[in-house]
Write a new protein. Structure first.
Length: 315
């Protein structure tokens, strides 16, 4: 992705443009009196979204979804819906696990839509810089990025220590479950994971870096661009990518028996996704890479298992 003209034009895609466009500044009120203390200077705050508070709100909404799903499953066990009676067996049920995860995401998303429109004055996906047209224009290149990540995964699988019988392998118990995992892994999982990590967390960390830097050094704020999205320096973007990739990898730790080999690989894939999100200024672009990466992984499993008919070959 070397041709910069194919990417979203903006302060973060062109360093020269970043300095060419001055930061938005709020004009002081005519009635405001000058500050007498020369040791104190006031700069009007810049409203940058999504910030840390925005990310915390979405985290609370996910918690609300978790409570709702736990309550629903508890009721189902109490009333013996679907013949459920043993909580231990439900923990090993792939359909329940995927359904519960999807339910958590759905509750958070439904609640988030009106909340962020009220907070931001724009829709949730607009505030997260969804920008699907950029992803569509760069689709071929983004798929090639996903292929490169899968090649990296194959090399990592050959060179790094991977667990022989990871918990995620137990979810592939029958062809129907394998197909459900396939569908979930290329649709809901990349969409919501990108929303959480590259949609909320990466911008929040980058903005936090800028905010701290401004106060520690006295540097004038970079402000926001002409579409009122925050402008970040290189240090802020590196910090955000490194920081957001830690919880992304750890979220999958239980699935891979906390083995450092696959966790290192997941961390590397996350760095690529963060780079795509920051370079293109499009959340849809990183989601397309994520979905394509997962699709290729499942496609390899499909071929290896003979169309999911011989799942024992995946062990």
């Amino acid at each position: 992705m070397s041709n910069a003209d194919d990417f979203e034009t903006g302060p973060n895609s062109d360093r020269a443009a970043e300095f060419a466009q001055p930061a938005r500044q709020t004009e002081p009120s005519e009635s405001a009196e000058p500050v007498a203390d020369i040791w104190f200077s006031y700069q009007p705050p810049v409203h940058r979204i999504p910030n840390a508070a925005d990310a915390m709100v979405f985290l609370l909404l996910l918690g609300m979804g978790l409570v709702a799903m736990i309550g629903l499953i508890g009721i189902a066990l109490k009333l013996h819906w679907f013949g459920w009676s043993d909580p231990a067996r439900l923990l090993l049920n792939t359909r329940v696990a995927l359904g519960s995860q999807l339910g958590i995401y759905a509750v958070a998303l439904v609640a988030a839509l009106p909340i962020y429109r009220t907070m931001w004055g724009r829709s949730l996906m607009e505030g997260l810089q969804w920008r699907p047209r950029i992803a569509a224009r760069l689709a071929a290149r983004l798929v090639l990025v996903a292929v490169a990540c899968d090649v990296m995964a194959a090399l990592g699988n050959a060179l790094l220590p991977f667990p022989q019988h990871a918990p995620i392998d137990k979810m592939f118990t029958n062809p129907a479950d394998a197909w459900l995992l396939f569908a979930f892994g290329v649709t809901a999982a990349p969409f919501f994971e990108e929303m959480i990590f590259r949609g909320f967390l990466v911008p929040a960390l980058a903005t936090a870096w800028e905010w701290a830097s401004e106060r520690l050094t006295g540097r004038v704020s970079r402000g926001v661009d002409d579409q009122e999205f925050p402008v970040w320096g290189t240090g802020a973007m590196i910090f955000a990518a490194l920081g957001a990739s830690v919880p992304f990898a750890l979220m999958h730790a239980a699935q891979v028996s906390h083995a450092w080999g696959p966790l290192s690989l997941l961390y590397g894939v996350s760095l690529v996704l963060c780079a795509v999100r920051l370079r293109t200024r499009s959340l849809a672009a990183s989601m397309l890479v994520h979905a394509s990466y997962n699709f290729l992984l499942f496609a390899a499993m499909f071929v290896q298992s003979g169309g999911f008919r011989h799942l024992d070959r995946l062990q």
